[in-house]
Design a protein around this ligand. Structure first.
Ligand SMILES: Cc1cc2nc3c(=O)[nH]c(=O)nc-3n(C[C@H](O)[C@H](O)[C@H](O)COP(=O)(O)O)c2cc1C
Length: 196
């Protein structure tokens, strides 16, 4: 009898040590809408940052399709902005999966140019982009990242961008800030205030 108790105790201790050594990973899905690739590059980096923290991460270009979301602990939705609006496929994805998404932890980020604008009104407007992307969902965290706006090669276009939007052409992605936010999601130190 005494021997059996010791055996059961030893087994329990080994089991507990295994559970501690291999904690259940957080399963994360990143859904994104990118027009010309810079948002996709951000998503690819996020995947690496999270994978380095032992998270399970999948990425998915947004489309109008209902998908199985029950296995994910967190869904990050990111979109580039064009014409003051998110990528339409992100909105279509949310509409197709709204019921399931509203029961999940969702974090949202925007990628745009005007968050770097010299004009305060344009920067303030850029801070409204995450809510446009969330499209009625209630994210646990949201952020706005400066994107990549290459020159069209036409000096007139660049001049008009500077004059009316207060923006310069160039790659303004701040990888440290992107990494910080991504890691904060993982550690649960979430800040609902958008920042760049
Ligand atoms: C045609 C066009 C329209 C854009 N419209 C906006 C806009 O309305 N507001 C903004 O902040 N940025 C705007 N941008 C900047 C993009 O959001 C930025 O370049 C972003 O990095 C693009 O991401 P993507 O490469 O994933 O498509 C625009 C860029 C282009 C090329």
């Amino acid at each position: 009898m005494g021997k059996q108790v010791i055996q059961i105790l030893t087994l329990s201790i080994v089991l507990m040590m295994n559970i501690a050594a291999y904690p259940q990973s957080t399963n994360i899905l990143i859904v994104y809408g990118s027009f010309s690739g810079s948002t996709k590059e951000i998503v690819d980096s996020m995947k690496l940052y999270l994978a380095n923290e032992s998270m399970l991460v999948q990425t998915l270009p947004a489309e109008k399709k209902k998908i199985e979301l029950s296995t994910y602990d967190l869904i990050i939705i990111g979109s580039a902005i064009r014409g003051n609006a998110p990528n339409p496929q992100v909105i279509e994805f949310i509409d197709a999966n709204r019921d399931e998404l509203s029961k999940k932890d969702v974090a949202v980020f925007a990628v745009c140019a005007t968050i770097t604008s010299s004009k305060e009104k344009k920067r303030a407007n850029a801070l409204t982009y995450p809510d446009k992307i969330a499209h009625g969902l209630n994210p646990i965290s949201k952020n706005v990242f400066a994107g990549n706006l290459p020159s069209t090669g036409k000096k007139f276009d660049d001049y008009m961008g500077k004059l009316f939007l207060g923006i310069e052409t160039g790659d303004f992605r701040n990888w440290e800030k992107i990494k910080k936010w991504t890691i904060e999601i993982k550690t649960g130190r979430l800040d609902a205030t958008p920042n760049t």
